[in-house]
Design a protein around this ligand. Structure first.
Ligand code: ADP
Ligand code: ADP
Ligand code: ZN
Length: 215
């Protein structure tokens, strides 16, 4: 069992790579962003509370995201967990360490997807996902097929995120550098950090991650 964290700023490619690992290695993706968007879609009280914060690009409280992760980690995953977009603060990192410890599990790798900040605007403003299966697309680098159908599930439901605009991205980047990037030092000091080139083509990034997991 291998539990890993994918780290990187918004648009680094975490979700894209997590989906591939789910397909190829039977891992379980735990994306707090997806969980929060599900809560919003379901119209729950918590979903309503976080909606404005998410639209602005600020971080929701540690309490909320730790609660979501705790709910999903009641049972271990055969192929291991991929933490995607979590932890984003030191308090979340400590909570994750405690949760894994309770379950008698370890954190095996923290993979930093290094990207050029200037590339993120294009990544974020071109992003769409399939409403049917969650496949991640990009207007330029991974466009929808000409018939408008998802190559994975056949759905024609193209979803774009309300926070995928330049304004929100600025706030999200600031949040990343202020609150999340210190985790890189934290995991480096723990000896778990590996850094890969997130600007390479999608399949090359896949290869870099496989290299770390199979080392
Ligand atoms: P994150 O989950 O880190 O925010 P995503 O996986 O959603 O990032 O990717 C952001 C956008 O960039 C998507 O539109 C995706 O298709 C595209 N993308 C992801 N990885 C690459 C890559 N290596 N090269 C080019 N485009 C990519
Ligand atoms: P991206 O893929 O662009 O990095 P996410 O889908 O991971 O974005 O997150 C979208 C939004 O959800 C964030 O801007 C933030 O408001 C909220 N969010 C997601 N994960 C966390 C977390 N671990 N801690 C706090 N807020 C979070
Ligand atoms: Zn689909």
């Amino acid at each position: 069992m291998t539990n890993i964290i994918l780290m990187g700023p918004p648009g680094a490619g975490k979700g894209t790579q997590a989906r591939h690992l789910v397909d190829q290695r039977n891992m379980v993706q735990l994306s707090t962003g997806d969980m929060l968007r599900d809560a919003q879609a379901s119209g729950s009280e918590m979903g309503k509370k976080v909606a404005t914060i998410m639209a602005e690009g600020k971080l929701v409280t540690d309490e909320v995201v730790i609660g979501l992760i705790r709910e999903k980690m009641t049972a271990g995953a055969d192929g291991g967990f991929i933490f995607d977009g979590f932890p984003r603060t030191l308090a979340q990192a400590d909570a994750l360490a405690a949760l894994l410890d309770e379950m008698g599990q370890t954190l095996d790798a923290v993979i930093e997807m290094e990207v050029d900040d200037a590339a993120l605007v294009a990544r974020i403003t071109g992003r769409s996902t399939c409403g049917g299966c969650g496949e991640v697309y990009h207007d330029e680098t991974k466009p929808w097929a000409a018939d408008g159908k998802c190559t994975n599930c056949g759905s024609t439901d193209v979803k774009r995120r309300a926070d995928d605009n330049e304004d929100s991205l600025k706030t999200r980047l600031m949040e990343y550098y202020k609150k999340t990037s210190p985790l890189l030092g934290y995991y480096y000091a723990k000896g778990s950090l590996s850094t890969i080139d997130g600007l390479a083509a999608i399949d090359q990034v896949q290869g870099s991650i496989a290299g770390i997991l199979d080392a």
